[in-house]
Design a protein around this ligand. Sequence first.
Ligand code: F6P
Length: 556
Amino acid sequence: MTAIDPTTTAAWEALEAHDRELTGSMREWFADDPQRAERFSHAAADLHVDLSKNLLTAETVELLLQLAREVGVEERREAMFSGEHINTTEDRAVLHTALRRPVGSAPELEVDGQNIDRDVHETLRRVYDFASAVRSGQWTGVTGKRIETVVNIGIGGSDLGPVMVYEALKPLAQEGLAARFISNIDPTDAYATTEDLDPETTLVIVASKTFTTQETITNARLVRQWLLSGLRENAGLTAEQEQEAVAKHFAAVSTAIDKVEAFGIDADNTFGFWDWVGGRYSVDSAIGTVLATVLGPDNFEELLAGFHAMDEHFRTAPAEQNVPLLMGLINVWNVNFQGAETHAVLPYSQYLHRFPAYLQQLTMESNGKSVRWDGSLVTHDTGEVFWGEPGTNGQHAFYQLIHQGTRIVPADFIAFARPDHPLADGEQDVHELLLANFFAQTKALAFGKTAEEVRAEGTEGALVAAREFSGDRPTTSIMAPALTPAVLGQLIALYEHITFVQGVVWGINSFDQWGVELGKQLAKGLAGAVGGDEQAIAAEDSSTSALIRYYRSHRS
Ligand code: F6P
């Protein structure tokens, strides 16, 4: 498929004209159309998504759908699901959706000579067997003690997804079994994470798609040292028993099985995945081994079923009700026609506190690009900055700017009908306080507060302007019955597909990440200078060499 410059389409031109001519306000649109909320609300699997508080009319949606047709979103979606090499710069298929196809899906998916369904389910079975052995206590550490902590070492997609899901579903962790995560090359991370752990009851999973990532391999070596010296000191481990100790305390997840072997991790404890799974799309692959182990295979299966339900919605729902399609197109509308530079994701759910961080990699590593998949330069803005914090904490920090700042910040508000923990403050159900805030915020952002309303409360003079709220600040509300594994899978897949839609409209390859390479290369090249090689320091630019000299003179 050739990359189409979306600005050359008839729909884009029509959207520009529509934007210029768009009149009214959310107050007026809601007053004129009592059906507005219903008209712009849709179900996607268990999610209820209300798009009505966005800056749009029925005509906006029609034109956005026309844009999707003109750039070929549907064709590209089919190309992805069927395994075409839409990751053009790496010449790979993009098949994370195959990771959650249920057993027995027909017809079987075969791509590039690989029976995808068979391989996915065979790996899942091995992961579940491993997880079950650890959970039942059949698998023990080298000294015969049951595993109590699973430490996942990985970074980027090999960390953010597992951390986010673990935090979201923590109440489902098996009693006596917890997960921890090490990602940063800052030695503080490995130190602080292992400091209070008992090596005898710790199992380490080294998760790395490539098994070459400096952070992960270094941390894996640090933790191996920590584990072996702890076992030597506490349990009298001998040099001859070291290999057995690594076999009982280390597992790995990677596409590079040979590199795992070279590292010394037992092939029996190694779980594979494939180059058609992007790192940021991999939480539902064997990268989720830590989750299957701590939360259990049943919960992991439910998570996968949730992903699949959203895939089915994306693939089969009519365009006018297709939530990922509509949300992706509304993001394009906000970025390219309303001038939005960022996008807030605000979960009113404490357990989703790492969801915005997870989405940052998903969205920004995918769509932070300036060239199309044919190598031509884009002529418009692409990926917006995603950010967020759980409500209500954000309300007392940055919402001021969203309500009254000069920038437009489209925001997704996420909440659940059932609380994780139904606590009451006397007679007051505290979850209802949380939800009242959730409902209040999107209302305030949409409808604002006029000068007259401010004056009617007795405010006069210059204070009136300070207390006025313009309204017309776009939000989407996403609700579901409860934060279950299935609902979480649906939410993740929803954002995967939103990201996909934006990428297709912009004609960019959302599945490579060349932008992270230069920094990695330079960091390697700087090792000599950082280590004190004077000639190497002098060869750097004046800023870099001065910074390195500062470091050298302050490191005692
Ligand atoms: O540096 C970016 C990146 O390649 C991500 O795309 C990836 O998720 C992360 O590094 C970790 O890579 P790996 O799983 O190969 O260690």
